[in-house]
Design a protein. Structure first.
Length: 435
């Protein structure tokens, strides 16, 4: 059935708005944590929006080699935020993109075999990893709520008031609204908080005035990538967890679209995500994954056609070529951003807990896996010098809380759930029958 162009365009705009807050807040958080300039931050936001559109087209365009062909919107994954900040602070920004490129190549290579590897990533592992990532993000949010680390007015009443005001507004909007408005409550909260901050004299529009109307995407904008073992391992683990999450979205959308998802469809979907991450690394953006909020929008609207998603992807690409739009997002004060971060990072923790809800908690082994992996991940994040005396080749696996916690979960799951020791049954010796 042919749809009216205006209806397609309006539905496309809805999809852009539904994912826009998530798409722009990731570069804002990472750029702020890494101390980027306003010009660099504007580029990061713009290129991220553009690459989200390209990544979406790669996934929706079904062909022989990649693309699952479902109405999926891709955006930068929140799972990667804490690892990227940790890598950037320890190894430099160039190592971030080297790790993202290698993780993308890894996903493309293992896509055909991931169905066999997924057994090593049951809910007890993925839930633990996502919970660890969410917990390690909370300090970033708290620093922003206070006005941003090293800011002269750190912890001032105006910053705290703005942060909690934004958070309360988002919570109330989510509680008392429905449908589409509810799905973009964080975006509306950021806008409302910024308007209040403007009247308090906390918004500076100079970055918008300095930004150009048009720019061209530059490969390796932040310099040539470098390749370090620990960042690469970290991003590969993030990619594996992301693929597990994406698999759930694929099956959910397959059910909505009344399409049976076969193994070859999953392989092409995984390859598309790997290609998107490679492109993200080359143009200095991020790894990309399926956005579940857009799946909810498809359920609400009932429109399941790919042309709507192609329209949304085209809009994202066009927005990415206009730096002034990207610069607009950089005027959001850190305290307003921090208020929204609490809600979003809390949702990452909640997502991890939701994954863990599928775990058999009657099993003491599963409880021990969760306890040790979350404890190790959080412990190394809080006390990063814990393993400083170990040899360098071992510290690769222990100096990052997310890597340490993830590997703990994987190894303990193999020990307790994969290598099930079959106890030998006692041999029964039959007595000789009387003749």
């Amino acid at each position: 059935m042919k749809q009216h162009p205006f209806k397609i365009a309006s539905l496309g705009i809805q999809h852009v708005l539904a994912m826009y807050a998530g798409a722009v807040i990731v570069p804002l958080i990472i750029g702020g944590a890494l101390g980027l300039t306003e010009e660099q931050l504007t580029y990061l936001v713009s290129i991220d929006i553009m690459t989200s559109g390209v990544a979406t087209i790669l996934q929706v365009w079904r062909n022989k080699y990649f693309g699952i062909g479902l109405p999926i919107v891709l955006g930068c994954t929140f799972t990667a935020v804490a690892p990227i900040i940790a890598i950037g602070n320890s190894y430099g920004i160039s190592s971030i993109y080297g790790a993202i490129i290698v993780s993308g190549i890894f996903v493309v290579i293992i896509a055909k075999y991931f169905g066999k590897l997924v057994r090593f990533f049951p809910p007890v592992v993925t839930g633990s990893v996502v919970t660890i990532i969410g917990i390690t993000l909370v300090p970033v949010a708290m620093n922003n709520m206070a006005g941003g680390q090293d800011s002269p007015d750190f912890g001032s009443l105006s910053n705290i008031g703005l942060a909690f005001g934004t958070l309360v507004f988002i919570v109330l909007l989510f509680r008392f609204s429905k449908g589409f408005i509810r799905s973009i409550s964080i975006l509306i909260g950021l806008i409302a908080g910024t308007i209040v901050a403007f009247f308090m004299g906390k918004v500076d529009f100079s970055a918008v005035g300095d930004a150009s109307w048009l720019h061209v995407a530059k490969p390796f904008y932040f310099g040539m990538p470098t390749f370090e073992i620990t960042p690469i391992i970290t991003m590969i683990l993030v990619a594996m967890v992301s693929l597990v999450e994406s698999s759930g979205v694929y099956f959910a959308l397959g059910d909505i679209c009344e399409k049976k998802i076969e193994e070859k469809d999953l392989v092409k979907g995984y390859r598309a995500e790997g290609l998107a991450s490679i492109i993200g690394g080359i143009f200095n953006s991020f790894p990309y994954t399926t956005y579940s909020q857009n799946v909810g929008l498809i359920q609400i609207s009932g429109v399941r056609t790919s042309n709507v998603i192609y329209t949304a992807a085209g809009m994202l690409i066009l927005l990415g070529f206009v730096p002034k739009i990207g610069a607009l997002t950089t005027v959001i004060p850190p305290s307003v951003l921090g208020g929204a971060m609490i809600a979003m990072f809390g949702m990452v923790v909640a997502s991890g807990i939701k994954m863990l809800s599928k775990v058999e908690f009657a099993s003491q082994e599963n409880l021990l896996i969760i306890a040790c992996s979350v404890g190790m991940g959080l412990g190394v994040s809080v006390v990063p010098g814990l393993f400083s005396q170990l040899p360098e080749n071992i510290r690769i696996l222990t100096e990052n809380g997310i890597v340490a916690g993830s590997l703990t979960a994987i190894l303990l799951n193999i020990l307790f759930n994969e290598l099930k020791i079959k106890q030998k049954q006692p041999e029964i010796i039959e007595e000789p029958k009387a003749s």
